[in-house]
Design a protein around this ligand. Structure first.
Ligand SMILES: *Cc1c(COP(=O)(O)O)cnc(C)c1O
Length: 420
């Protein structure tokens, strides 16, 4: 097995054998050789139907010809300039046209940078220090948001190396709980700069907001001069052209984007009203900078990806999502399996949990061992989903009906194996 060998070798040079932690699944991750459309191939020649899709960016599937050609042609003209390009305006205009809360955009290099900068901006704009995040939400790997989920207000760092001084201003609240947020604001309101949230929590599986919850948060933040930040690094350009804010009809003050916006290349962005965004340097005094910000390669890939994403695109993509979820629901019912299917649009996950999941604690009650059996069974039958109960599976435009039917057969087999 070449993958196994490579994993042994990689552990000598890369901590844990990987460049980002979730990739190090047991007994060893497969090493990719090629991706095309809905499929991935590993160095041993195995083929996988891919529902991880790079953890979300690849909404057109692997190596879409249009994007590759556009990037190739840009590469021949240079890869980074240190001065602006017209394409940055074109992509910013496209984001502004599609995303309801966006008047202006700052391009950065990752989702992590986007949330870090948006939080700094919210603090600079409001002159307040505290932020609220939700238990089980993920906003990247920087210090402000690496807070132990589930430990309640006055949060402890989630990682050695993050000083308590950094996270003492990060409060955390259970998702989908109005009372808790009301009380948190009643006792800290005048110090809270922003609530940052994933409108659909997609880093703890897939948890939708209860009906009315986003509206409640929009109103209570507006009443208390708190900015509402939607972290749409996953939901942006995933749920609809305008992301979750359009899907649910709730406008945040700021939005952070990543994953899809880079068209398969590294990029992030944050956006909001002109009034707030003009606080960013060099226009305003809240500092944000980056050597590769707005680099022409990622911008070209993003621009050409976003061009493909119109209402017809989402109708087709979301109907594939529905087809797959309906199929899985049928399998669960036919086999009397007491697991919990979740998802919307082109997102889905199965919680190995007989109860419906509304927050972090519910999600954590799922049976991880059953998930492991399910994951391994799918993998050995050529279906790759993210290797954790607490990630979300994605579909791309490249997934065809035959792919979905093949996947359903394999999911049925895997679920029966879990039940045995
Ligand atoms: C992936 C993710 C991030 C971090 O983005 P990176 O590009 O990995 O830094 C932030 N927020 C959410 C919701 C994410 O899913």
């Amino acid at each position: 097995m070449k993958s196994e060998k490579l994993f042994n070798e990689s552990q000598n040079f890369l901590p844990g054998g990987v460049s980002s932690p979730v990739r190090a699944f047991q007994p060893y991750p497969f090493f990719a050789k090629k991706g095309e459309g809905s499929r991935l191939w590993d160095v041993d020649g195995n083929e996988y139907l891919d529902y991880c899709l790079g953890y979300g960016p690849l909404i057109l599937g692997h190596s879409p010809e249009k994007i590759i050609n556009a990037v190739y042609s840009q590469m021949q003209k240079g890869t980074t300039y240190g001065v602006p390009t017209k394409k940055e305006i074109d992509l910013a205009r496209m984001v502004v046209d599609k995303v309801p809360c966006a008047d202006m955009v700052r391009f950065v290099n990752s989702g992590t940078e986007a949330t870090m900068s948006a939080i700094r901006l919210a603090r600079g704009f409001t002159g307040k220090n505290k932020i609220v995040k939700f238990e089980g939400s993920y906003h990247g790997a920087h210090d402000y948001v690496l807070v132990k989920s589930g430990s309640g207000a006055a949060c402890l760092p989630d990682s050695p190396g993050v000083p308590e001084d950094t996270t003492k201003n990060t409060l955390s609240a259970p998702f989908n709980n109005e009372e808790y947020v009301s009380e948190l604001i009643a006792s800290n309101g005048s110090d809270i700069a922003a609530i940052i949230m994933e409108p659909v929590m997609a880093n703890i599986g897939c948890i939708e907001p209860r009906k009315g919850y986003l509206k409640f948060l929009r109103e209570i933040t507006a009443e208390n001069d708190i900015l509402l930040i939607f972290d749409e690094v996953i939901t942006g350009f995933r749920l609809s052209e305008g992301g979750a804010q359009e899907y649910y009809g709730i406008n945040p003050d700021l939005v952070t984007m990543g994953k899809i916006i880079g068209g398969g290349f590294p990029m992030g962005a944050f956006a909001g009203s002109r009034e707030i965004m003009e606080f960013i340097s060099p226009c305003g005094s809240v500092y944000q900078a980056g050597t590769f910000n707005g680099n022409p390669i990622s911008i070209t890939a993003g621009l050409n990806t976003l061009k493909e994403l119109d209402s017809t695109f989402y109708r087709d993509l979301n109907s594939k999502g529905k087809y797959l979820r309906d199929g899985i629901q049928g399998i669960l019912e036919d086999n009397n399996l007491d697991f919990s299917l979740v998802g919307l649009g082109s997102m889905f996950q199965i919680y190995f949990n007989s109860k419906r999941v509304y927050d972090y604690q519910d999600a954590k009650n799922s049976d991880i061992e059953k998930f492991r059996v399910y994951f391994n069974n799918l993998l050995s039958n050529g279906v790759f989903i993210p290797p954790s109960q607490f990630e979300c599976c994605f579909l791309s435009q490249a997934h065809q009906k035959e792919d979905l039917d093949e996947t359903l057969e394999k999911i049925e087999f895997a679920l029966k194996t879990v039940a045995d």
